[in-house]
Design a protein around this ligand. Sequence first.
Ligand code: PLP
Length: 372
Amino acid sequence: MHYDAPSAGWQDEGQSGIWKYQELLPPVPLNRRVYLGEGATPLIRSVSLEKRLGLGELYFKYEGSNPTGSYKDRIAAMGISWALAHGRKACIGTTSGNAGAAVAAYAARAGLPYHLFVLEHMAQTKLAQVLVHNAQVRRVAGFGTSPEVGDTVFSRIFEAAGLKDWEVMITAFRYNPYAMEGVKTISFELAEQLQNVPTQVYTAAGGAGLFVGVWKGFEELFRHGLLSAKPHMVAVQSAGCSNLVRAYEAGAEQPAPGASTSQISGLQVPNPPDGKVALSLMKKGDGSSLAVEDEAIWEVQRQLAEEEGIFCEPAGAVSVAGMMKALQGKEGNRSQRVVCVISGAGFKDSARLSAMTADKPVPLLPADGLDI
Ligand SMILES: *Cc1c(COP(=O)(O)O)cnc(C)c1O
């Protein structure tokens, strides 16, 4: 895919959300754009971890502030607008949760029916978020644990979409390259917010579209001469679903096969559709990959809430857990300007929220016995 190089002003201050960067996005007429307040998310400097780890600068790009609570809103805004611009009458896709929540909201706003196939075990809050927008949802046995089931579901969806001329909304470059262009806006915002190039950017990797999209955003700015350098990109996976990490370590070109045992919602992708692209950019020297245990992810989720005031879902804490693991045993470097993309908000995973607070009883006091 190719777009013309942006002219001097690559930001359009008159446009909202991702459309501020319309020069670097696939073209959609103004009256087809679906906007719900996505993008323009805060870049929050660390008050605790940065000092503890001895880093020069540590920032969190907080994607939980998007309208449905994850960075998937950037993809949904781009994809549903694109679908409208191309006269589609419905959309169809899969989700581990957040993509469904995002697409359901934007499809509702656009007046498009949304047919959705979800994992056998999907986080309750995420399923509810899809249902409130009236998407037509079906669960699929074995989806999310077995790579074969994943492949079957994807091919059936493409078959149906081809026959009916529906838009496929699967959040991976391999299946929906136009919608995924929305992810680049994370990097465009980072370049503006920092007025500088980060030395490292950490993202979670499930299907690897987030990782590839953030890389692509920096790559384009660099290629157009708008940035003087590119950051080193790190894709962080759960050890229970580490197909990319194992392939990266073995120098392989394709994600390593293997079922998922991870409990982290959003990262249970045993057949990462953008894995091959991710591995190729790592091979070029633009990135690397590492895995962290689910327990370590939960622990970092707790630390972010208690020490930084940031409450994210477990998948959102993965980038930070990976950054901490990369630094383990080493002194942080003052010249490092590190960004961790926190991909989703804490309220997304109500089961985890209950588990985190179960050992914090709230006593009931009589009004005349307030012992403060
Ligand atoms: C979808 C999602 C991810 C994983 O993104 P991929 O593109 O599948 O790698 C990570 N975190 C959150 C919160 C997500 O919704």
